[in-house]
Design a protein around this ligand. Structure first.
Ligand code: NAD
Length: 354
């Protein structure tokens, strides 16, 4: 395995790993470790270029700094990407090599699932590193501790969608409300299930036809093309695929009054935060609403994961969003900017206390 540290201003450490024999090319990025070691999932994606992967891991790890700070777990921002197609390139050798890469950082970065990594993959990665979480475990009493974060992320997003609905429509119930979900993968599908169970109606879009067919059959969802998901005539738009769903091409087509979903980096460019506000659309900042997965991972690493604690923390996401919405209104500021401000306040406090 070869490793090379990239010096990039504003990031504590980014390491490029290659292992030709195992077929691994990966980047691990630690953005800020003021609060604690870097913690965040690993994404597997067939990036078009090294630069595209680097850009993604930089943005994702910075997002984790803010997410962990506002999620109330003692970890800094970290993230990893593997350059590969998750549908055909993953091998046990590749995943084990990635585990060794994580281990070589001696606890500066903890890994877990993100898009393209399954529970089974995590079990392989864990063979090579103790600095990981997310694989299903039980305690001596046979009770769940931690495990795959996706269903927990989905539950947190559902709590957040309801908090946003309360603010925008005066009613947290999703009964009779319509939601367009872009990306019905691990998180999006579970979110669809929760909304459907509550009596909401669904529009779904995905590049994977099997996923949209499943959502139609299980939840009676209408299916549209990925290009049309943002423009669907619904109350709430929930981006749950990859980043950049809110961009120059989609912003003026949005009919929803709320944007609240699981995807990281939903705003393609920072000005979209203000653009949403200007159009009277309430945005639930991505890293706040999708934090339950990493909160679970954090509790698992700390050894304090219980179902009760996880539920309490997940519900708190709704409270944090309510506070962001309130401050945004009081300060006449976009919600994303307020979330950043609140996260930086938490980090500044930690720096002072250190
Ligand atoms: P996933 O890979 O299981 O699902 C993503 C889905 O989006 C897939 O069904 C895929 O086919 C679809 N998709 C990809 N590109 C698309 C496109 N251009 N148009 C339409 N559909 C597209 O991933 P996931 O774990 O469900 O995560 C979804 C998003 O939520 C990601 O942005 C991820 O970073 C974020 N997130 C996930 C977690 C978690 O716990 N899994 C936690 C926080 C944030």
């Amino acid at each position: 395995m070869k490793s090379r540290v990239l010096q990039i201003e504003g990031w504590q450490k980014i390491v490029h790993f290659t292992d030709d024999e195992a077929g691994l090319e990966a980047l691990i990025s630690i953005h800020d470790a003021t609060i604690g070691p870097g913690c965040g999932g690993c994404r597997v994606f067939p990036y078009e270029s090294f630069e595209a992967g680097l850009e993604d891991v930089k943005n994702l790890s910075r997002g984790m700094t803010y997410k962990n700070a506002l999620g109330g777990i003692p970890f800094g921002g970290g993230k990893a990407v593997i350059f590969a197609d998750p549908r055909k390139d993953k091998t046990p050798e590749m995943l084990r090599a990635f585990g060794r890469a994580v281990e070589s950082l001696h606890g500066a970065y903890y890994t877990a699932e993100d898009s393209g990594i399954t529970d089974a993959d995590m079990a392989i990665i864990r063979k090579e590193t103790k600095y990981s979480a997310g694989a299903h475990k039980t305690n001596d009493a046979g009770e769940q501790i931690g495990g795959n974060p996706s269903p927990m992320t989905a539950r947190g997003v559902w709590v957040g969608v309801k908090a946003a609905a309360l603010k925008k429509f005066g009613d947290a119930s999703l009964k009779g409300k319509s939601v367009s979900i872009l990306g019905v993968g691990a998180v999006g599908m579970e979110l669809a299930r929760l909304i459907h169970e509550e009596g909401g109606t669904l529009v779904v879009a995905d590049v994977n036809d099997k996923a949209t067919t499943e959502a139609r059959e299980r939840f009676g969802a209408s299916v549209v093309s990925p290009e049309d998901a943002a423009a669907a005539d619904v109350d709430i738009f929930a981006p749950c695929a990859l980043g950049g769903a809110i961009n120059e091409g989609t912003i003026d087509r949005l009919k929803a009054k709320v944007v609240a979903g699981a995807a990281n980096n939903q705003l393609k460019t920072p000005d979209m935060d203000e653009a949403l506000k200007a159009r009277g659309i309430l945005y639930a900042p991505d890293y706040v609403i999708n934090a339950a997965g990493v909160i679970s991972v954090g509790l698992e690493i700390l050894g304090t994961w219980t179902k009760e604690e996880m539920t309490r923390r997940t519900n708190k996401i709704g409270d944090t969003l309510a506070e962001i919405f309130k401050r945004a209104e009081a300060e006449d500021s976009p919600t994303g900017a307020i979330a950043d401000k609140m996260a930086l306040e938490v980090i500044a406090q930690a720096r002072k206390a250190a």
